[in-house]
Design a protein around this ligand. Structure first.
Ligand code: AMP
Ligand code: MN
Ligand code: MN
Length: 322
């Protein structure tokens, strides 16, 4: 049996299913979570879909069908027999839901990170997949469950956001096949791009302005970076979950191969997002800082302040150049 077959069979046999995205959820983890929650509910299961703290639901995905099904981590009273972790490269990515996941009889790990630690009893992990949403689509098809227009919209959102609108290196011919199938199943293509990319709040637009205004470039490291403080959030009224795509503006500065966005958290720690291009790999840097991610999109959290975090990263870039 393949891991895909095992995953479909385990879900078909389950009665109570916990499902979770990773902390600081993005479009892929939210799309995969809502799609699987709707499909399993339709198949008669009791489903407990959850986003772990610390970050709240990103507002740009408010339009997604199934959003009302989500429950808070502390509302999961009962212990699900099966727990599915979505888009999590390791079990720490589940935050406070880790305990429920580990206590489940069957822990299913569905993910596309190359550094996945294979923490599940079943590990449907494929680093060649564009997104976890693509893998969830395959599971749904394998089990023979229907893909409603609502489910297709959620999965399409995952594929579109993780590929940066079919723009990043994880876009392959197979990505377009899946996009085609989701479009044919009734995914609301225009609503997805309109809500995710063409509906930013005025507060986020102002925050983006601040971040772009203060971009710094270190030409010797082909490095561009910027930062966001808690004060910026207070002044503009924007929230961190809205900043998912801000870093793409930094990577697109000509001459840049590595981009970083430093985001001050309420705890004073700094969340560092890394993106790269032209063969430069940021996954190993993020891992060496206690984080992780893909070769060209990764992240970690630092205990230092923003200036200290910038220095730490510059040291890493210096080491790499030798
Ligand atoms: P972000 O900059 O938060 O959008 O993260 C970029 C990528 O790195 C995503 O694929 C995340 O899933 C992954 N990532 C970010 N932070 C971590 C972490 N602490 N541990 C493992 N993977 C991470
Ligand atoms: Mn993700
Ligand atoms: Mn993903």
């Amino acid at each position: 049996m393949t891991e895909l077959e095992r995953t479909a069979a385990a879900l078909e046999g389950a009665e109570v299913v916990g499902i979770a995205s990773h902390v600081n959820p993005d479009g892929d983890s939210v799309g995969a979570l809502l799609a699987l929650a709707m499909v399993l509910t339709g198949a008669g299961k009791r489903v407990l879909p959850c986003i772990p703290e610390p970050w709240k639901y990103p507002p740009q995905y408010d339009f997604l069908p199934g959003r009302e099904m989500l429950i808070a981590p502390d509302e999961i009273g009962e212990q699900p027999g099966l727990f599915a972790a979505l888009d999590c490269s390791n079990i720490e990515r589940l935050g406070p839901l880790r305990k429920k996941a580990e206590a489940a009889e069957t822990l299913v790990n569905i993910d596309h990170h190359e550094d996945n630690t294979m923490f599940g009893g079943i590990n449907l992990v494929d680093a060649m997949a564009s997104s976890t949403s693509e893998l969830v689509y395959k599971v749904i098809r394998k089990a023979g469950w229907p893909v409603s227009p609502e489910v297709a919209t959620c999965l399409y959102t995952g594929v579109v956001t993780d590929t940066g609108r079919f723009h990043h290196r994880n876009t392959s011919p197979g990505t377009f096949v899946i996009a085609h199938e989701l479009a044919a199943a009734g995914a609301d293509l225009f609503r997805v791009v309109s809500e995710v990319y063409d509906s930013q709040s005025l507060s986020y637009t102002r925050l983006l302005g601040r971040a772009l205004q203060r971009v710094e470039v270190m030409a010797e490291h082909e490095f561009a970076y910027s930062y966001i403080t808690q004060q910026d959030l207070a002044d503009t009224g924007a929230t961190l979950p809205e900043t998912e795509d801000l870093i793409d503006h930094l990577r697109s500065v000509r001459g840049t191969r590595v981009a970083a966005l430093f985001k001050e958290l309420p705890t004073g720690e700094v969340r560092v997002s890394l993106r790269s291009r032209d063969g430069f790999e940021v996954g190993p840097i993020a891992r060496s800082m206690g984080g992780g991610g893909h070769a060209m999109a990764a992240g970690y959290t630092s205990d230092s302040d923003i200036a200290g975090s910038v220095n730490e990263l510059v040291e890493k870039l210096r080491d790499r150049r030798g």
